[in-house]
Design a protein around this ligand. Sequence first.
Ligand SMILES: Cc1cc2nc3c(=O)[nH]c(=O)nc-3n(C[C@H](O)[C@H](O)[C@H](O)COP(=O)(O)O)c2cc1C
Length: 313
Amino acid sequence: MPDNQTGVRLETQLGRLRLTNPIVAASGTFGYAREMAGLVDLARLGGIVPKTITLLPREGNPPPRTVETAAGLLNSIGLDNDGVETFVARQLPYLASLGPAVIVSIAGKNADEFVRLAERLQQAEGIDSLELNVSCPNVSGGTDFGADAALCERVVASVRRACSYPILAKLTPNVTSVVDIARAAEAAGADAITLINTCLGMAVDWRRRRPVLGNVLGGLSGPAIKPIALRIVYQAARAVNVPLVGVGGIASIDDAMEFFLAGAAAVQVGTASFYDPTATMRILDALPDALAKLGAGSLAEVVGTLEGLGIRD
Ligand SMILES: Cc1cc2nc3c(=O)[nH]c(=O)nc-3n(C[C@H](O)[C@H](O)[C@H](O)COP(=O)(O)O)c2cc1C
């Protein structure tokens, strides 16, 4: 059903996962949604990806874990979380009560850990989909799956066998060719591919002769990485047939529309929620009019319709 006064249809299909609209809160930037409840009409979101969970609790990296950069944020949180059992007991019931699709982000040190997480979550109520974080740059071993097509394929295929949830594979930009990894994730049965996680970066306090972050390296996010994310979505859209979820520096309706045209069937809002917690709502409010401006009666009519691509790549 149209969910706005213009009658423009906003629903979107990510393989087996259907969202009422394409605006999704990105992992690690929206907590477990409780923190945002007074600021965001959570029920209106298309989906929520809570902070990545692991099998066992993790403390994450030593502080400082975040530092602002020009037009961006550098973080090295390191998957600080309370583990799957606490998530299922304390966070999931609340998330499931909200209405938007609950897309649980999981990370393991190896394929077996991903499988054990998927099997455990298969027993839980209230999950619509899993997002496989094969891309965290802040955890030793964590980025390898996303950097190696064969490993990525194995993880996605194993999780696909272990559970019945639609699977989103979230990939890292910190490789030579994300397209090769995206093809592997598609071949392994991913329902959709989320692009991108943070770009590996560094900050130095030269007066102290020290790196700023306790973990030395961190992941860059925010407006600084938007052109990179957009380029990767565009390239992946030409290489795979599964739907794409764009993420990276999206803070406005213009940003979101750029990603839809480049080929994203949904977008996630990350860092923008830190400095404007209403960013997701602003984008959602403006979406019907923006689609109507292109003469579209639905989001689907706009996805991947970029023109003027005479000069390629
Ligand atoms: C502080 C912070 C923590 C994050 N934690 C996670 C995480 O746990 N899992 C994950 O898949 N991505 C995580 N991300 C990455 C975001 O979900 C997103 O992919 C990335 O920040 C790019 O989008 P943005 O520029 O809109 O923030 C984190 C990002 C930030 C800034």
